[in-house]
Write a protein that binds this ligand. Structure first.
Ligand code: SAM
Length: 230
């Protein structure tokens, strides 16, 4: 994995520009590292009650679809997506947190979905296992805002998407000032400029969009796109 150390420097604590010092800071300062969360935060009965996962993703999928769930966590969406695409489909699941992938693999085995779900401990900025232009649907829910290398992840999303494929992106609106993981409103708008926007919106806590690659299908105006929050 290529890590851009400059991107990972802590702006508050590394003012002397010394790279070795910055490496120490990188290891100790939470702001400079990707954010990993305990499984129970990402999969619990409250979330299932108020945001049922199948409901959110079913309209993007059909039997046989190829999906990439990047920043999949313990599989809150991965498992239902695998059930929806079925045995003729495939779900690549990628997360840089080994604990999340361990939980996901256990769930996948328990539900006999191991032949559909291909889970990897890797960064969203390094999806080497996924071939170019092979994915119908990329699901990147709340991952860009948990990682530092936004450009790397976006390049991978564009690389793996089929020309007619769709990506669902979302980021939190709640972040600390100067956190390099944060996706500000300005950055979000710049990110969307790199895609055709099929639909987009925002809630109290997040911004989201469904997009496709610019060298794929032609743009449709946002006014014509559904604005229903997903
Ligand atoms: C807020 S959680 C969202 C999890 C899942 N998408 C969901 O909606 O349930 C963010 C996830 O991104 C993962 N993550 C953080 N940095 C990452 C990176 N560089 N590459 C891949 N995953 C990353 C975290 O481990 C965590 O599982």
């Amino acid at each position: 994995m290529v890590v851009n150390l400059e991107d990972r420097m802590c702006p508050k604590r590394s003012r002397n520009g010394n790279q070795e010092w910055n490496l120490v800071m990188q290891a100790t300062c939470c702001k400079t590292k990707d954010r990993h969360l305990p499984a129970f935060i990402m999969d619990n009965f409250v979330r299932r009650r108020f945001s049922p996962p199948k409901q959110k993703v079913s309209r993007f999928l059909s039997a046989g679809s190829v999906v990439a769930d990047i920043g999949c966590g313990p599989g809150y969406f991965t498992i239902p997506m695998a059930e929806l695409v079925g045995s003729t489909g495939k779900v690549y699941a990628a997360d840089s947190d080994p604990k999340s992938i361990k939980v996901l693999r256990a769930k996948s085995d328990a539900r006999r979905l191991g032949s559909i779900i291909d889970a990897h401990i890797t960064s969203a900025a390094n999806l080497g296992v996924v071939p170019d232009r092979s994915v119908d649907f990329v699901f990147a829910n709340a991952v860009l805002c948990c990682m530092v290398d936004h450009a790397g992840a976006l390049a991978e999303i564009k690389r793996v998407l089929k020309p007619q494929g769709l990506a669902y992106l979302s980021v939190t609106k709640a972040f600390r000032k100067n956190d390099p993981k944060a996706v500000t409103k300005e950055e979000w708008n710049r990110i969307l400029e790199g895609f055709w926007i099929r639909e987009n919106g925002e809630g109290l806590l997040n911004r989201w969009a469904t997009v496709s690659v610019k060298n794929g299908i032609p743009e449709i105006s946002i006014a014509n796109a559904s604005r229903a929050s997903v």
